[in-house]
Each structure stands twice: as structure tokens, then as C-alpha cells.
Design a protein around this ligand. Structure first.
Ligand code: SF4
Length: 156
């Protein structure tokens, strides 16, 4: 039986859920590797494919047009897309600048422009359909493992 093709992607965030994920590999890799192939995960490999993914886990908020375009590409090439962590689910805390008053927004405008960022930081669902979510800051480990079990039974 072919292995589940899985991707792990990161946008605007602190990447703590990525650290949690790599820590989980210490205890789960021996069982996951029987049924799962990580075909696109920057933290694990340099040779990455963005094609025919069964599940894409996506961490972080969307803060630029370039990121929105990449997210749509991930969506187009994934059967299931999972938002990982609060930043991906509801854009906070990465989107803290959305809450700034006008004066503070003016003060940071040169940074927003320098990095070609959008006026607002948004959750993944603003741009694409999200099938599943793992809330938490960082992600709720138990919920993540439940989803791994749901899509790759016998692997947790
Ligand atoms: S949800 Fe929390 S842990 Fe995850 S990227 Fe955002 S700030 Fe970091």
C-alpha cells in the first residue's frame, strides 16, 4: 500500500509547533515511517515536492501576497489541509499588529512596506479552505496526534 504523502509548511510565526513536531518524531518516527512519507518539510529535507500531497500541515499566518500565492499552491496540491496552531487558525498572536491604533500602525508602516507585507495579517481560512484545525499556542499535541491517527491509523 502506498505511503501517505505528507507536507509540513510554515508561514509568519515563531515556529514553535515545528519544534513540537520534530520532538514528536523522537517518539513516533519508528511507527510513522511505515505508512507516512514526508515529501515536503523544510526542517527535514532539502529535496522537496509540492505535488499530490495527501495531507499538508500548515503553521503560521499569512502576511504577504507571496505567502497567499504559496498557500493556494499548497491547497491545490493537497487532499487535506490542516491549520496548525493559533496563528494559522485565527492569525493571533502573529497578527498582533492588526490591533494597533492608527498612530502605532504609522510607526511600523516602513517595516510593513520594506518586507512587502499586506495591511493585515490573516488566518489561512481567509485565502483557502481549511479541512482540519489544531488550535493552541503552540499546537495542541493531543489533537495533532488524533489527526495523525485519523488519517494514518495505527501510527500513533
Ligand atoms: S501559534 Fe504560538 S507557537 Fe504557534 S507559531 Fe503562533 S506564536 Fe508561535
Amino acid at each position: 500500500m502506498p505511503k501517505l504523502r505528507v507536507g509540513w509548511f510554515t508561514f509568519t510565526c515563531c515556529e514553535d509547533s515545528t519544534i513540537l513536531f520534530t520532538e514528536l518524531l523522537n517518539t513516533h518516527w519508528d511507527t510513522w515511517k511505515e505508512k507516512i512519507e514526508f515529501v515536503n518539510a523544510r526542517i527535514l529535507k532539502t529535496n522537496r515536492e509540492l505535488k499530490d500531497l495527501d495531507i499538508s500541515f500548515v503553521e503560521g499566518s499569512i502576511s504577504s501576497d507571496e505567502q497567499a500565492k504559496k498557500l493556494k499552491e499548497i491547497r491545490d496540491n493537497s487532499k487535506i489541509l490542516v491549520a496548525i496552531g493559533a496563528c494559522a487558525v485565527n492569525a493571533m498572536p502573529s497578527g498582533w499588529r492588526n490591533t494597533f491604533d492608527e498612530e502605532t500602525k504609522k510607526e511600523i508602516q516602513f517595516i510593513v512596506e520594506r518586507f512587502s507585507h499586506l495591511p493585515r495579517v490573516e488566518p489561512l481560512s481567509k485565502y483557502v479552505k481549511v479541512d482540519e484545525s489544531v488550535p493552541g499556542c503552540p499546537m495542541d499535541e493531543k489533537r495533532f496526534l488524533e489527526l495523525m491517527e485519523k488519517y494514518a491509523p495505527g501510527n500513533t
